[in-house]
Design a protein around this ligand. Structure first.
Ligand code: PMT
Length: 402
């Protein structure tokens, strides 16, 4: 999923030939899930029509403070405040100069000057204009102020000359913005290994021992971690959860506890953080019948043997990983969770209790308590599993920072 999903972009189009490329830029931003509001300078409308950009952005395009027909005033402050990011593309030398000297003689500039959010600008001009020391000085001033320059390319220019000043291609602009946002994220480049769902321990070709885990909790953690910039490997037991739009998450499907152990162990050294949300079966049938067991006797007993405790193994072989376990309890909750935290050498444990309404298996909600190895306890209200995932990841972030 793109980090731009759901973001509101104010795109300021200024008067240069590269304005025609904003048609593709808008389409790419919308494809990434952005809402785009276009503002054009008075000169920009000579290069591409507001109608084209309005149609592509599914929004009216603003070009002036006052609507000539209705006499209505467009609030530059509202336009600036509603945006997550402002993108000035193409940014002509004229507009850059006015931005750097706080001139506000059109709606686009007034909006820029009212902005408190991050502003990206993509210079576009002829090579000598680009090289001009005053222009360079303006760009430097804007960078010093905190705006982000998307550097122009070298290449053929509208004048027929070759050199630096060609606006970055729409694809490059979008990639640049995405990369910038990703780097600012809480878990940028952190490698997070997550388990989810139940395990099935086979009895015979048709039956198994399993549990009610739907995988929702672990999948929500994986999705939120990815949104926060992490590289995610998700090891999942059998469940119906989907990861559409999260193509960067590596999903590994397993069935039994033994398979989950092998997959987790194989990725343990890769991981910076491990979150074990799976409900792993503690026991499995001692032998697995190759044929379906017939119903003959009135009673039937099945010898079970203990499964490897994956989390205990991780705790015993821990390097620098931040290790998070879950505890699903029905009684004496905090004490049991604390014992698991200590016995399994965890950094943090997430407790959920089946005594809380709406918590635990299959619900879209959960109610958790977080305990850590320093003895801190945090209590949370019943929330959606997505919000619970955010809380868990925030709690991890606070602890790995200190
Ligand atoms: O999937 P959902 O329907 O959304 O439900 C979410 C959940 C209730 C499954 C989840 O929130 C949860 O509590 N997961 C852990 C369930 C569990 O097995 O708890 P436990 O207290 O039995 O195990 C303690 C920890 O040891 C867990 O992190 C577990 O993954 C791990 N474990 C357990 C047994 C085993 N053999 N190996 C393990 O690694």
């Amino acid at each position: 999923m793109s980090v731009l999903e759901g973001k509101k972009i104010v795109l300021i189009v200024t008067g240069g030939i590269a304005a025609y490329k904003t048609a593709s830029l808008i389409r790419l931003l919308i494809k990434r899930g952005c809402k785009v509001q276009v503002i054009m300078t008075p000169e920009a409308i000579n290069f591409i029509t507001p109608l084209t950009l309005s149609t592509l952005s599914n929004n009216p395009v603003y070009t002036q403070f006052f609507d000539g027909k209705t006499g209505e005033w467009t609030s530059h402050v509202d336009l600036a405040l509603q945006a997550d990011y402002i993108v000035v593309a193409p940014a002509t030398s004229n507009t850059l100069s006015k931005m750097a000297s706080a001139e506000a003689d059109n709606l686009a500039l007034a909006t820029y000057l009212s902005a408190k959010n991050i502003v990206f600008f993509a210079p576009a001009m002829d090579l000598d204009m680009y090289k001009n020391p005053y222009n360079k000085e303006n760009i430097e001033k804007l960078i010093q102020k905190g705006d982000i320059c998307i550097p122009p390319n070298k290449g053929e220019l509208a004048s027929g000359l070759e050199g630096e000043g060609r606006m970055a291609e729409p694809e490059e602009i979008v990639n640049f913005i995405e990369n910038f946002i990703r780097k600012e994220l809480l878990f940028y480049k952190k490698k997070i290994l997550i388990t989810a769902g139940p395990t099935y321990e086979p009895i015979d070709p048709v039956r198994f021992i399993g549990n009610h885990s739907s995988g929702k909790m672990g999948f929500e953690i994986a999705k939120v971690a990815e949104k926060l910039g992490a590289e995610v490997t998700l090891i999942s037991g059998p469940c119906n959860q989907k990861l559409s739009n999260y193509s960067s998450i590596l999903r590994i499907d397993v069935i039994s506890s033994e398979e989950m152990y092998k997959a987790v162990d194989a990725h343990y050294q890769w991981a910076d953080i491990v979150i074990m949300a799976a409900a792993v079966a503690d026991y499995r049938p001692k032998t697995v019948s190759k044929i379906k067991i017939k119903k003959e006797e009135d009673s039937f007993s099945l010898p079970l043997i203990k499964n490897k405790d994956i989390l205990l193994h991780l705790g015993n072989t821990k390097d620098n990983q931040f290790l998070v376990g879950f505890a699903l309890e029905t009684n004496d909750e905090e004490n049991n969770a604390l014992k698991k935290l200590q016995k399994k050498n965890l950094d943090m444990i997430v407790l959920n209790s089946l005594r809380d309404d709406g918590a635990g298996f299959s619900y879209d909600t959960n109610k958790i308590t977080i305990l850590d190895k320093q003895g801190n306890i945090e209590y949370f209200d019943l929330q959606t599993k997505e919000k619970v995932a955010v809380n868990i990841l925030n709690s991890i972030h606070v602890r790995i920072k200190t």
